[in-house]
Design a protein around this ligand. Structure first.
Ligand SMILES: [Zn+2]
Length: 318
């Protein structure tokens, strides 16, 4: 089960219809909470997301609209008796703010702090890249390892079933049959989270080829001067980022309170990203991860209904 739950879509100032930032990514057994602004705990209740589902919290930076919801969420997790470890990722230069927020939270959960100070991997499949904002800010990218999709008709023809299939996945070769002969390559899914930033290399690296890109679009193209001044993206710049990166779906968010209707921002982004599905996020909206890409270079062909997904990477099978 993979989906993004939008908890809030406002930037600095919330509105009658938009809560401060907050995004919950359900990714198989993991629950990643990104940038919990004020009111995130209540938005989770409205969205039907249990705080006990959170396994990892990722902060892009320590401006209030991206982290003031942290004590409430952590306290709720303590109240609910969450027993599993909870990993908190944040820029190392935000250490004082993060420690202050954690210090006013109810104790009792196994919270593990993971400050980062540069590009790279921060957990299995999770990377960060620096963005360009007024304080140190990092975006996140989640990557599933590539795997292979088994073709049941080919397995049948090869006489493989039951435990032999498991062995084939583990060892790549069983009873004279190579895994390659009965499967096709399958690209892992990718998700990127690009918050407060001016256009920059880090944003482009994060967005490269992702199925789902969440990108801030604080300002309309008509207010490009403000975007430059405060180091934010306009909607058109977010569209250009998604289009040039080859993203499948772009979710625009982090809207300035000056825009009641953000349909114009979606149109501006869409005009710069012809091949991309563009959504202007609404509070409490759910966005499923787009389907996996089919590799054009895969040799054997079979109908979609005949396929069985598997994974040869470290995250196990599905
Ligand atoms: Zn912000």
């Amino acid at each position: 089960m993979r989906e993004l739950v939008i908890l809030g879509t406002a930037s600095q100032v919330p509105t009658r219809t938009r809560n401060h930032n907050g995004y919950f990514l359900r990714w198989d057994g993991e629950g990643l909470l990104f940038d919990p602004g004020e009111g995130t705990q209540r938005q989770m209740i409205l969205a039907g997301v249990s705080a006990a589902r959170i396994t990892r919290i990722c902060l892009t930076h320590v401006h209030g609209d991206h982290c003031y919801g942290l004590p409430g969420v952590l306290s709720r997790m303590a109240l609910d008796g969450v027993g599993h470890p909870v990993h908190l990722h944040y820029p190392a230069t935000g250490e004082d703010v993060v420690r202050a927020l954690v210090s006013v939270s109810s104790p009792g959960i196994d919270l593990r702090l993971h400050p980062h100070g540069g590009s790279g991997s921060v957990a299995e499949g999770l990377e960060v890249r620096p963005l360009r904002h007024r304080i140190e800010t990092y975006g996140y990218r989640l990557t599933e390892p590539d795997g292979r999709t088994l073709l049941p008709d080919r397995l049948e023809a090869a006489g493989l079933r039951g435990p032999d299939v498991g062995r084939l996945l583990r060892e790549g070769f069983v009873a004279g049959v190579h895994l390659d002969e009965v499967s096709i390559p399958r690209q892992g899914q990718r998700f990127a989270f690009v918050m407060d930033t001016a256009p920059c290399d880090g944003a482009e690296e994060l967005a490269d080829g992702v199925e789902l890109l969440v990108a801030e679009s604080t300002f309309s193209d008509d207010d490009a001067a403000l975007a430059t001044q405060y180091r934010h993206l306009t909607a058109g710049q977010a569209g250009e980022l998604a289009g040039s990166a080859g993203a499948r779906t772009l979710v625009l968010t982090h809207f300035s309170s000056r825009y009641d209707d953000v349909a114009l921002l979606a149109a501006q982004a869409g005009s710069r990203a012809a091949q991309v599905r563009v959504l202007a996020a609404r509070d409490l909206q759910r966005v499923p991860l787009p389907e996996r890409r089919r590799r054009q270079d895969a040799a054997p062909q079979a109908g979609p209904a005949d396929r069985t997904h598997c994974q040869t990477g470290a995250r196990g099978t599905e």
